[in-house]
Design a protein around this ligand. Structure first.
Ligand code: FES
Length: 326
């Protein structure tokens, strides 16, 4: 089969990208995207730039966007990424990181963000045992999924929060954060819970699920982020952050009325029930815009859900089951 390959080229950080088309003959079921690139480089154009090393989905070097979705070029067969309607194999660099050349991106920010979560099991805890610090199979299983991460960057490339927020550390960093948090040898759980509750960590995730969709090794970063959130919400010693108040208020309001009375929501979450005047003032311009555009949810227009009693009973039953489980 003749495969048309459209490759995004860029000579340097500041240059404009363009697409170059190549054609190679290959068996799509037996040829990986990385094989395609290697053949183009050796047979047609030695100047194309891309990273690769293990060719076996282990090192994470060959992450790139393939037909609009990030993944490992050495893991994807051409037949897998070219649906029936795809006439071309479009290969582009990862998103959310600056391009150095062609498919090679500058990963500095990616590594710096990882560093922010302190991604190492605390060395202090290692001093407890003078011999090996053994884990039971159950203790090891708890961190298995997160430990699979090969730090390829596919999740970061597709992350909607990273695309718009400079402060968000990214799904790769938070998956690693959970990996150390879930490790029974680490003795910094309290400090980590407090740190990951700050802006830029778990609460900045928009839950778009893109990271879970593209992760090539089933780390499922969003699930790891959710696990950290649960640890935070279960820790009643932490001062309540706006993000936590958001969660609690949502449940409180649904429990009261069956659904959310938006006129109360902003006041309780951002205004902390009139305790945070600065917070209240910060949403004042939004309130004005809502009034002007006819979208202000006035309290006298709000009606309780007809199923409010059942909803309340359900929430209480879940809370009681959770208490029993603990
Ligand atoms: Fe190592 Fe693809 S070359 S993961």
């Amino acid at each position: 089969m003749n495969i048309i390959v459209k490759l995004r080229r860029q000579t340097s950080r500041d240059s404009q990208p363009s697409y170059q088309t190549f054609e190679i003959e290959a068996d799509p079921d037996r040829t990986t995207v990385l094989d395609v690139l290697i053949r183009i480089q050796s047979e047609q154009d030695g100047s194309i730039g891309f990273r690769r090393n293990c060719r076996n989905a282990i090192c994470g070097s060959c992450a790139m966007r393939i037909n609009g979705r990030s993944g490992l070029a050495c893991q994807k067969h051409v037949s897998e990424v070219m649906g029936d309607r795809d006439e071309e194999l479009v290969i582009e660099p990862m998103q959310n990181l600056p391009v150095i050349k062609d498919l090679i991106v500058d990963m500095t920010k990616f590594w710096n963000n990882l560093q922010k979560v302190d991604p190492y099991v605390s060395t202090a805890s290692r001093q407890i045992s003078k011999t090996e610090f053994l884990q039971t199979p159950a203790q090891r299983a708890k961190l298995q999924a997160a430990a699979n991460c090969i730090l390829c960057g596919s999740c970061y490339s597709e992350c909607n929060a990273a695309a718009v927020s400079d402060r968000f550390v990214g799904p790769h960093a938070l998956a690693k954060a959970y990996r150390v948090m879930a490790d029974n040898r680490d003795d910094r759980t309290e400090a980590r819970t407090e740190q990951y509750n700050q802006a830029g960590f778990v609460w900045d995730c928009t839950r778009c699920y893109n990271c879970n969709e593209v992760c090539p090794v089933e780390v499922q970063p969003l699930d790891r982020i959710s696990q950290i959130k649960h640890e935070i919400l279960d820790n009643h010693d932490l001062p309540e952050s706006t993000a936590q108040r958001h969660r609690h208020t949502m449940v409180e309001l649904v429990k009261e009325d069956g659904w959310i009375d938006e006129s109360k929501f902003g006041v309780r979450v951002v205004g902390d029930n009139f305790r945070d005047i600065q917070g209240l003032l910060s949403i004042f311009p939004l309130g004005i815009r809502m009034v002007l555009s006819g979208k202000m949810p006035y309290p006298w227009q709000f009606q309780k859900s007809e199923g409010a009693t059942e909803v309340k009973a359900l929430i209480e039953a879940i809370a009681s089951a959770k208490d029993k489980a603990n």
